[in-house]
Design a protein around this ligand. Structure first.
Ligand code: SF4
Length: 225
């Protein structure tokens, strides 16, 4: 595993759980608003933190933490992700995977082996506009396949969209329609572009979204009655 960083505890990255967050190096997208730009470079080597270091840290925190979030970058690009998660699971932690959804086979395999408990998958834009926002050639069928896998409801999940400059509420409704029937959808503010992506989610708008999604949530986006 190429590990770029470890956040030792977080209350906000896994709903209802106190967790540590492991950041992997490398991503197959290049979103212009990415808040973790240094993690995109697939060739970069991170010498200062190894899987062994992280597991050693987790062993000492077993009584304090509930869960481990594996984030990035894009964790599903890591060849030894499964083995790493197996070691985390031996320590009895719940595991949440943050992913951009480009590797449905990895997601499916981890779910079928009961190695992950929760997935947060990015929905970058309506399918037709994906490339504008993800900054890389992406096979939209692979994104759709990951959506289908999660919507089988085998484990808990959320879809989430960063409300990047250039997206409008019409796009949000289109995305909701494309994941119609989903359990949970979170709209989150775009850090670093707050002024350009100010967005108030009116109660009526939430009602429109709720016609398609069971639970709609926001992070950092203002709600108004
Ligand atoms: S998918 Fe995530 S980590 Fe990759 S470039 Fe986009 S925002 Fe950054």
């Amino acid at each position: 595993m190429k590990i770029a960083g470890l956040q030792k505890n977080s209350f906000v990255d896994y709903p209802g759980n106190l967790c540590a967050v492991v950041f992997t190096q490398g991503c197959n997208m290049n979103c212009f608003y990415c808040h973790n730009k240094p993690l995109i470079d697939n060739e970069k080597r991170n010498e200062n933190i190894s899987s062994e270091d992280v597991l050693e840290f987790l062993k000492k925190r077993r009584s304090f933490l509930d869960a481990v979030v594996i984030s990035g970058g894009e964790p599903t690009m890591q060849k030894d992700l499964e083995n790493f998660i197996k070691e985390v699971k031996k320590l009895k932690f719940k595991v949440k995977l943050d992913t951009n959804g480009t590797n449905p086979e990895v997601i499916e395999s981890l779910i079928s082996k009961r190695l992950i408990d929760y997935v947060a998958m990015d929905i970058k834009a309506p399918f037709k506009r994906y490339q504008e926002f993800c900054g890389a050639k992406t096979d939209i069928n692979r994104i759709k396949k990951s959506i289908d896998i999660l919507m089988q409801d085998i484990i808990d999940y959320e879809f989430r969209t960063t409300f990047a400059p250039g997206l409008g509420f019409g796009d949000v409704l289109n995305m909701c329609n494309e994941i119609k029937g989903a359990k949970s959808y979170i709209l989150q503010k775009c850090r670093g572009f707050e002024e350009m992506s100010n967005f108030i989610l009116f109660t009526d708008s939430i009602k429109s979204m709720n016609k398609m999604i069971k639970k709609v949530g926001t992070r950092g986006v203002e709600n108004s009655a």
